[in-house]
Design a protein. Structure first.
Length: 247
C-alpha cells in the first residue's frame, strides 16, 4: 500500500487514541464552528458540518462540546472569525506537502508553518507549486476482515464510487466528493463498519522515500500537525510499511 494511505490509517488511529485529547478536541471543535458559520447549524443541510461531526464522533468529542461549537458558529456564542488557508511546500526528497489550516490570524499561522518547515527539513513554496499534484476525493477505509471483496466492490460501484483499492489490511473506496455521502450511506446501510471516512486530498503521483529521509518526512508532518492552527497535512510520500512500523 502506498505510504500516504498507510499514514492515513496510522493518523486516524492516533487521533482516536491520542493522550493529548485537548488539542484534538480543539481542532475538531474549530472545524465544527467554521462549518456551522458557513453553512448553518443543520447537518442535514450542511455537508461540511456533517463531515465535521463525523470527525467529532471518531475522536469521541463530548456532545456538550459539539453543541457549543455549533452555537459559536451560528452566532449564539462568541462570534467565530476563523478562515480557511492552505500553504504549500516541500519535504525531504522533494515530497509535496499541503497544509490546511483554520486561523484567526494569518500572519501568525504562516510564520509558524514556515518556521516548522525550516526546522524540520522542509521549505515553504509559492501558492500553486504542489497543489496540482493532489485531487479532492472521498475515501472510506474498511478493514479487510469486515467484508468480502466481491460484496464491497459491488456495493461501492453501484453507489457511485470510482474505484476500490485493496491494501494489506484494508479496502479503500475512492469516490468523487459529490458522491461521498451516497457511498457512505450505502456502506452504513449494510452495517459494514469502517475505520474512517473523509473527503481528503489524494496525491496523483507519489515519491518513494527510504531510511533517514523517511523518518525526516514523518517528523516534519507530525510537527506541522501539532501546530494549533493546522487541521490537516497532506503529502505524496510512498514509504514502505517497515519504515512506519515504529510510528
Amino acid at each position: 500500500m502506498a505510504g500516504h494511505s498507510k499514514w492515513a490509517n496510522i493518523k486516524h488511529r492516533k487521533a482516536a487514541q491520542d493522550a493529548k485529547k485537548g488539542k484534538v478536541f480543539t481542532k475538531v471543535a474549530k472545524e465544527i464552528t467554521v462549518a456551522a458559520k458557513l453553512g448553518g447549524g443543520d447537518p442535514e443541510m450542511n455537508p461540511r458540518l456533517r463531515m465535521a461531526l463525523d470527525k467529532a464522533k471518531a475522536v469521541n468529542l463530548p456532545k456538550d462540546n459539539v453543541d457549543r461549537a455549533i452555537k459559536k458558529g451560528t452566532g449564539e456564542g462568541n462570534e467565530a472569525n476563523f478562515e480557511d488557508v492552505m500553504y504549500e511546500g516541500y519535504g525531504p526528497e522533494g515530497v509535496a506537502i499541503l497544509v490546511q489550516a483554520l486561523t484567526d490570524n494569518k500572519n501568525r499561522t504562516v510564520s509558524e508553518v514556515r518556521s516548522t518547515m525550516a526546522k524540520k527539513n522542509g521549505n515553504m513554496g509559492e501558492a500553486g507549486c504542489v497543489s496540482w499534484i493532489f485531487e479532492k476525493k472521498g475515501v472510506i477505509s474498511i478493514p479487510l476482515n469486515n467484508v468480502g471483496e466481491d460484496q464491497i466492490m459491488s456495493l461501492a460501484i453501484d453507489a457511485g464510487a470510482e474505484d476500490v483499492e485493496t491494501g494489506d489490511d484494508s479496502y479503500e473506496i475512492i469516490c468523487d466528493p459529490a458522491d461521498y455521502e451516497e457511498v457512505k450511506k450505502t456502506i452504513e446501510s449494510e452495517s459494514i463498519s469502517y475505520e474512517y471516512a473523509e473527503v481528503t486530498m489524494r496525491p496523483k503521483t507519489t515519491i518513494e522515500v527510504k531510511g533517514n529521509n523517511a523518518k525526516k518526512v514523518i517528523n516534519l508532518i507530525e510537527a506541522l500537525e501539532d501546530l494549533d492552527d493546522v487541521q490537516e497535512v497532506y503529502a505524496n510520500f510512498d514509504i514502505d510499511d517497515s519504515e512506519l512500523e515504529d510510528e
